[in-house]
Write a protein that binds this ligand. Structure first.
Ligand SMILES: Cc1cc2nc3c(=O)[nH]c(=O)nc-3n(C[C@H](O)[C@H](O)[C@H](O)COP(=O)(O)OP(=O)(O)OC[C@H]3O[C@@H](n4cnc5c(N)ncnc54)[C@H](O)[C@@H]3O)c2cc1C
Length: 292
């Protein structure tokens, strides 16, 4: 398959990229790794008139940290995210999730920010952005804005990013010292998109669960936190019964679809089983808070 004809602009700066997007009148597309965009263009699912290539822009390939946030630049590729020591130390659940992403060639080109912009409901990076209260930093020729993740995803492959906006970086909350994490995913073959995945974060205080977060993907139009499951565990001891209640609440809260890969019932069952494992891992990794 071949894409429809398009113009190609290799942007030299963020300003050059957003000016070019603005000039395209809503019909331009950023290309980062090209690992999702090119297949979609080849199938003619998208037909941009202008491709704005951001790969030559200096300074977008950095991972930085301030006190409580990580900042992942628009050209941080999957292999960089997977190996980055700052991410491994301050958001180890992301490093864990990255082990499941695609294959070597895709990992060498694909970017964290590109994946979030693409908004596939079964992709790991959007889910991590939901789990860690991500903020999306968008730039256009009209100015800059920061979009909280809850206002960013709008459906399967749909976001609230405007056609003239470029995502310069995404920042994520770091995981505080002592907080445990768990991530479990099931895919038919290693590196395939997940049928379902679940992640959990929690602290321990007085032998009880504190500040729990549970997120799932592959079981709805977009990744989401499951408050009903979190509520079952916050402040409780982590017994088998409590985990069972959380898993039941999670299964009741999600509405997966059926497709060629799995039925809705199977996906619902799977998400619960994966969440149970992620919760137990997070508990066993969490360290009891030492009273001040
Ligand atoms: C065989 C195969 C297997 C895969 N398996 C997985 C998997 O297991 N898990 C997974 O998560 N992903 C998987 N992917 C997708 C892969 O992770 C892609 O790299 C990712 O979804 C998109 O990142 P990209 O940088 O390639 O974006 P592109 O393909 O360049 O762009 C994707 C979309 O985002 C937009 N975009 C990109 N960057 C920006 C930006 N900075 N600002 C504004 N818009 C932007 C583009 O305009 C386009 O609409 C797979 C892909 C392939 C081909």
């Amino acid at each position: 398959m071949k894409p429809a004809a398009f113009d190609y602009v290799r942007a030299e700066s963020v300003a050059h990229a957003v000016d070019t997007l603005a000039g395209a009148g809503g019909d331009g597309k950023i290309i980062a790794g090209g690992q999702s965009l090119m297949p979609m263009m080849n199938f003619r699912l998208v037909k941009p008139s202008v491709l704005v290539d951001i790969n030559a822009i200096a300074g977008l390939d950095r991972v930085e940290r301030d006190d409580s946030r990580l900042r992942i630049g628009a050209l941080v590729r999957h292999f960089m995210t997977a190996r980055d020591p700052i991410i491994a130390r301050h958001a180890p659940v992301v490093s864990e999730a990255m082990k499941h992403v695609a294959h070597l060639t895709v990992r060498n080109r694909g970017t964290f920010c590109g994946s979030v912009c693409h908004a596939d409901p079964a992709a790991e990076m959007p889910m991590m952005t939901v789990l860690l209260d991500g903020r999306i930093h968008a730039v256009s020729s009209r100015g800059t804005r920061t979009i909280p993740v809850l206002d960013f995803f709008a459906g399967s492959l749909v976001t609230t990013l405007e056609p003239d906006e470029l995502v310069a970086a995404i920042d994520l909350a770091t995981i505080p010292e002592g907080m445990g994490y768990g991530f479990h995913e099931f895919a038919r073959r290693h590196g395939d998109y997940a049928l379902a995945a679940a992640a959990a974060l929690m602290r321990r205080e007085d032998g009880r669960v504190k500040d729990i977060r549970i997120a799932v993907m592959g079981v709805g139009e977009m990744p989401s936190r499951i408050a009903a499951a979190e509520d079952q565990l916050e402040g409780t001891e982590l017994t088998d019964k409590a985990v069972g209640r959380a898993v039941a609440a999670l299964r009741a809260a999600i509405s997966p679809g059926s497709d060629l890969n799995a039925s809705a019932d199977y996906r619902r069952h799977l998400a619960g089983a994966l969440a149970g494992r992620a919760i137990r891992d997070a508990w066993s990794r969490a360290k009891e808070a030492v009273p001040a």
